[in-house]
Design a protein around this ligand. Structure first.
Ligand SMILES: C[C@H](CCC(=O)NCCS(=O)(=O)O)[C@H]1CC[C@H]2[C@@H]3CC[C@@H]4C[C@H](O)CC[C@]4(C)[C@H]3C[C@H](O)[C@]12C
Length: 324
């Protein structure tokens, strides 16, 4: 399972948790403007916006999990099993393979409005990247600093939903996730009055009682509610550093600790990495399961007119700041 968040503070931030029981050889990958994308529909994107994000490089191609372009537009792909339905290969001008969606959108769009018109009558196909990487069932959150949308390719076609909470997890389809929030409208960051039975002496014996009932488990619906509640109540700060730190705290409200999500055969889903891209500066911050120090890779520290991918392996070794 995964959780992705779009958040405004002093800057705009976009990131995600990647939760899985095995890891790919993912790295922070920068795609400069002149890396050529040969789309499976025959089109070529040869000069485009630069982007930074987490990807597996295969055959010199960046298979992005999440990324942000130099204009501050971001996308993340999250698991959407049993619901994602991609069309058979059509090779028409308006069809792209599911693994192409991230580079396709980030190459050419600046805002959510532009994305909406690009997605208008787009067809997502199930063309595999390679035998090693068949298409995977995903849905996507796309955000700029003003708005977010959710994109789901279902059996009945492509849906583009406004995402007013700026959060995405996994199943069920997005309209159901949003509707489910209605069930939690009574939750509060404040301890509420005794509405239960005012004539009974019910004691507010602890702080935080206003959110009793906030789901604490790791299911995708519960994470959607918890991440949204956490994000909505998050304070705003003076500095970008505090924002980034806060962003990681929001993601850690849905963090998966090894052992808690048993997927069988002695495999456990856990949070492999958490990311926070400052979309104003193009700096991609991340933490990994074993290294909770924040690492940063900057898009603008590279030659963005280059024509080869730039990639940085993840820092995955635990590092302890010993004081004495
Ligand atoms: C599995 C991950 C979602 C995590 C998640 O939600 N796990 C819950 C599992 S469960 O639902 O609980 O069982 C998703 C998120 C992004 C995906 C990659 C996107 C690029 C590329 C696209 C190609 O077409 C196929 C290979 C490819 C490398 C993809 C592999 C995999 O699909 C990635 C890592």
């Amino acid at each position: 399972m995964c959780t992705s968040v779009s958040f405004n503070g002093n800057h705009h931030y976009f990131g995600r948790n990647l939760d899985l029981d095995y890891t790919f050889n993912q790295e922070v990958v920068i795609t400069p403007r002149n890396v050529v994308f040969e789309l499976r529909n025959g089109q070529t994107l040869s000069s485009h916006f630069a982007m930074i994000g987490m990807a597996v490089i295969s055959d010199n191609y960046p298979l992005y999990f999440d990324a942000t372009n130099e204009k501050g537009l971001s996308i993340a792909g999250l698991n959407y099993p049993k619901n994602a339905f991609y069309q058979p290969d059509e090779k028409t001008e308006n069809s792209i393979a599911s693994f192409e969606l991230i580079p396709y959108v980030l190459s050419q769009c600046t805002t959510i409005d532009e994305v909406k018109s690009l997605l208008d009558d787009l067809i997502i196909t199930d063309v595999a990247f390679s035998p090693e990487f068949p298409s995977s069932p995903l849905h996507w959150i796309i955000a700029d600093k003003h708005a977010a949308i959710t994109v789901e390719s279902d059996r009945d076609g492509l849906h583009v939903y406004d995402n007013p909470v700026g959060v995405l997890t996994n199943n069920p389809p997005f309209p159901t996730q949003l509707f489910n929030l209605n069930n939690y409208r009574h939750l509060s960051a404040k301890t509420s009055a005794n509405f239960f039975a005012p004539q009974l002496d019910l004691d507010a014996y602890s702080n935080g009682m206003g959110a009793i009932g906030l789901p604490g488990d790791l299911s995708s619906m519960s994470r959607f509610v918890r991440a949204t509640f956490t994000k909505e109540h998050s304070l705003k700060f003076q500095t970008v550093e505090e924002d980034i730190n806060q962003f990681f705290h929001i993601l850690s409200s849905v963090w998966q600790t090894k052992g808690l999500c048993d997927v069988g055969e002695e495999h456990y889903e856990y949070t492999i990495y958490s990311s926070c891209c400052d979309t104003d500066t193009g700096i991609y911050y991340y933490k990994t399961y074993n290294n909770s120090q924040i690492s940063a890779v900057s898009l603008h520290h590279e030659n963005l007119d280059a024509s080869d991918l730039i990639h940085y392996p993840l820092v995955t070794k635990t590092s302890i700041h010993s004081i004495n």
